[in-house]
Design a protein around this ligand. Structure first.
Ligand code: FRU
Length: 475
């Protein structure tokens, strides 16, 4: 690799050593979720399983907890729950990626990792960086182990993209089907409409534009981080649109993450079904999926959002880092709905459990799971004296509401219509909460900042019973 990459590596190493010698009070660091050792994290990138090991790359600004120049951070895991930081193999070291190694994906073939990403370049001068002044190269980096990059090359530039687009074209997701490689990218047209581009290739390097996915009326001005995958006999299109207006309880976050089913072959005239939000909480964006060796479709999303600082913040910035990923979620289709549940490794990790009743008030471990079953009644769960999860059977709405402003750090209330609450799993990991409702049919994700290490949990529910799970090293 080139001299600039070595320089970045050296600076990263210095930062790692500096952080190890000045150990901060890292009270909000999760135990089971991917988080950066320092600096800023956003989208998951290049998710894959390679020779048995899980690899997750991510958008990483190592030197600024509030974000800056983007590299790809890298971590590995054997169980999708315990992750080892492996450095930043992709740094901004080429003329085509000098202002950011943006999001992308991994294709595994013949023992090699093909890492596709967007090389972001901002030109000098007076530009809006939408219609002029920006270049979005489609890049390919090849690696055997994810740690050392053997080559980097630019595959496409704006001359290869349709001419009615702005300079916003990015986030290649690549997969193979039969003998052909497919790639989707997110884009913004000159008419401010979000779309997805489909390309195909016979050799992983030369790509041909095939078609676009779009709605009749604009659904936001830009679609980021697209993904297309097969799931339980259906074809799913996943996108992260920007610029969608709030509609009652729907689309309450600044930017969205939605999926729809494609009816028909994605290469031909596939019709797009109705969009459904993947998450009803405050912190979820840019999900990406990959296929595990055992055939599971696993999704990881950024547990955060871009540009929300004026609405809500993350107190970990005080400790020199910001943002984390969601727990890896196994996807399935049940009753025509895309469901997300924590990977099965999570249930295997807990080695202690205690039964729960509808009336409960106890301090629980900062990393634990609460599983609750109801008999169709009302339910209220209060976490850390200030995060209320509530279901009212007359209203048929599930609410996630912060009543303590420091705990939510600007997050207030989100709700979603749910016909009946049968059961839910609440995964708490120090500064995050993920609620999986009715076998993952609805999910709510949020960060939170409890004052104490143990988390007080109060449950009040008619005919409610369940289990509290945690892990003890003394077992
Ligand atoms: C989504 C996103 C991507 C882009 C990356 C840059 O959060 O804006 O579209 O590639 O982040 O960090």
């Amino acid at each position: 690799m080139n001299a600039l990459h070595h320089l970045w590596e050296q600076l990263l190493q210095d930062e790692l050593e500096r952080c190890q010698t000045t150990k901060k009070n890292d009270r909000w660091r999760p135990k089971l979720h991917i988080a950066p050792p320092f600096g800023w994290l956003n989208d998951p990138n290049g998710l894959c399983q390679h020779q048995g090991t899980y690899h997750a790359f991510y958008q990483f600004s190592p030197f600024q907890a509030k974000g800056g120049l983007k590299f790809w951070g890298h971590c590995t895991s054997q169980d999708l729950l315990h992750w080892k930081f492996e450095g930043a193999p992709l740094t901004a070291d080429q003329p085509e990626d000098c202002h950011g190694v943006y999001s992308g994906s991994a294709l595994i073939e013949d023992g090699e990792m093909y890492l596709y990403y967007t090389g972001n370049v901002k030109e000098m001068g007076d530009h809006d960086f939408v219609n002029t002044g920006r270049r979005s190269y489609t890049m390919l980096a090849v690696s055997r182990d994810g740690r050392t990059i053997e080559s980097k090359e630019a595959l496409m530039d704006h001359k290869d993209y349709p001419s009615d687009l702005t300079r916003h074209v990015r986030d290649p997701k690549v997969w193979k089907r039969e003998d052909t490689y497919y790639m989707v990218q997110g884009a913004r047209t000159k008419e401010d409409k979000g779309i997805v581009l489909l390309f195909s290739s016979g050799d992983k390097r030369h790509w041909e534009y095939r078609k676009r996915f779009e709605t009749k009326e604009a659904f936001g001005y830009m679609w980021e981080c697209p993904d297309i995958y097969e799931l339980d006999g259906r074809t799913v299109l996943s996108i992260s649109p920007q610029g969608v207006e709030t509609e009652g309880l729907k689309y309450a976050n600044l930017y969205q993450s939605v999926t729809c089913f494609l009816d028909g072959d994605f290469r031909a005239e596939a019709a797009m079904g109705e969009f459904r939000e993947l998450d009803g909480g405050f912190d979820f964006y840019a999900p990406q999926t990959f296929l595990g060796d055992d055939g599971r479709r696993i999704q990881i999303a950024w547990m955060g959002l871009p540009d929300v600082e004026e609405f809500y913040t993350n107190r970990t910035v005080e400790d020199g880092w910001q943002h984390m990923m969601t727990i890896p979620r196994e996807l399935s289709v049940k009753n025509g709905v895309l469901c997300q549940n924590p990977v099965k490794e999570l249930a295997e990790w807990w080695n202690c459990s205690k039964p729960l009743q509808g009336s409960f008030d106890e301090n629980v471990e900062s990393c634990c799971e609460l599983e609750l079953h109801t008999e169709g009644g009302n339910l209220e769960v209060v976490l850390a004296d200030g995060l209320r999860l509530r279901y009212n059977k007359e209203e048929k709405i599930f609410w996630m509401e912060f009543t303590d402003s420091l705990l939510g750090s600007g997050r207030r209330v989100r709700g979603r219509e749910i016909e009946e609450l049968k059961e839910m799993r609440i995964l708490i990991d120090v500064s995050s909460v993920e609620v999986f409702i009715n076998e993952g049919t609805d999910v709510f994700t949020t960060r939170f900042y409890p004052k104490t290490a143990l988390c007080r949990v109060r449950i009040n529910g008619e005919g409610c019973h369940g289990t509290y799970y945690f892990h003890s090293n003394e077992q």
